[in-house]
Design a protein around this ligand. Structure first.
Ligand SMILES: [Zn+2]
Length: 349
């Protein structure tokens, strides 16, 4: 095993940037940059309520989750055709490649698009084609996770899942996102039971703004394999113990939490405390175009603000690989690459 203490702190930013890592919490619609929104609006003749890129970007000052979602849905309105979904995902994969992401599990929100009359096939086929090209052209392993919008009804979620069935082989799991407060996991018990029957992986946003009870609900009722966010678990000692004992992965998104005012300052973020408590924490970008940073930005800024070290960097990257839904042989290979990367940094000094 490499000597992680042999890695000097000043080399940590370089190590964070170069180490192989997985991203498990990225909403692909949240990777739409203002420039691409305007380019797609022009291509599709969609009118936007913003004069230009600068005006749109200046609207990215959020007070909570809902204020962000309102803008997010406006941005998604430019996505109409299969190629639009491909272009959006491809732009993300190019950034992921630069950040040394070896595995990406992309959330997508079909209801955001089908409600506007976009065909389910256009959404899934465009994203799926980009995933295949990411693998062959960029060497990134990528899969899709279909998310239900929790501010809509469970019947609508069930209908969405059935509507997506002709493309069953194009996605590996289901998730639950959008407005959390007032929409507890229990509301979606039947659709998650159905997804499990279909052999789909299950994840859910819980404990971003919502109480620890929502995390209990996601675990016990939805029987999820990962919790997305989960930072509110810190307020429930029994839950913290359960998460640590079970090594249930949490996909934490620090820059998102900062932008949506879950934490006032990045230095107040509880990621370090949760790592110290022995939880299986991973680090992710959530909606990078809206929250001021892709995956490496999240690592760099969080490590600087919380004074985290190389040991914690290794833990976060290893957790991201192990908590992914990739085949075991791939995980084994990436873990080997991760160790070799750290070994290289430890030996150079
Ligand atoms: Zn999210």
């Amino acid at each position: 095993m490499f000597k992680v203490h042999a890695i000097p702190p000043e080399r940590l930013p370089e190590l964070l940037s170069l180490m192989p890592k997985a991203e498990l919490h990225i909403h692909i619609e949240g990777s739409l940059e203002p420039e691409l929104i305007f380019a797609l609006a022009k291509r599709n003749d969609v009118q936007l309520p913003y004069a230009d890129v600068a005006a749109l970007r200046s609207a990215y000052a959020f007070t909570n989750l809902q204020s962000f979602l309102d803008l997010y849905y406006a941005g998604a309105s430019v996505l109409l055709h299969e190629q639009d979904f491909y272009d959006m995902a491809w732009a993300y994969f190019e950034k992921a490649k630069a950040d040394h992401v070896v595995r990406a599990e992309l959330f997508f929100d079909p209801q955001t698009h089908t409600a506007r009359g976009v065909a389910m096939g256009a959404v899934i086929e465009g994203l799926s084609r980009a995933c295949r090209d990411a693998h062959t052209q960029l060497g990134i392993s990528a899969d899709l996770i279909l998310c239900f919008l929790r501010h809509l009804s469970e019947d609508e979620a069930l209908a969405t899942l059935e509507e997506a069935m002709p493309w069953r082989e194009h996605f590996i799991g289901v998730g639950l996102d959008s407005s959390e407060l007032g929409h507890p996991p229990e509301k979606f018990a039947r659709v998650f039971a159905r997804a499990r029957e279909l052999g789909l992986h299950c994840v859910a946003h819980a404990g971003e703004e919502g109480p620890p009870a929502y995390i209990w609900g996601a675990l016990d009722v939805l029987q999820v394999e990962r919790i997305d966010h989960g930072v509110q678990a810190i307020h429930d000692a029994g839950l913290m113990q359960r998460l640590a004992d079970s090594q249930m992965p949490l996909t934490v998104c620090p820059l998102s939490n900062l932008k949506l005012c879950v934490f006032k300052n990045l230095a107040d973020h509880n990621l370090g405390q949760m790592l110290d408590a022995g939880l299986c924490i991973t680090l992710n970008s959530d909606d990078p175009a809206y929250f001021g940073g892709y995956l490496n930005d999240n690592y760099l800024q969080t490590f600087a603000a919380l004074h985290l070290n190389a040991q914690q960097a290794y833990k976060l990257a290893a957790n991201s690989i192990e908590a992914s839904f990739a085949p075991e042989a791939d995980k084994h290979r990436w873990m080997h690459e991760l160790k070799a990367c750290f070994q290289g940094f430890a030996e150079q000094d």
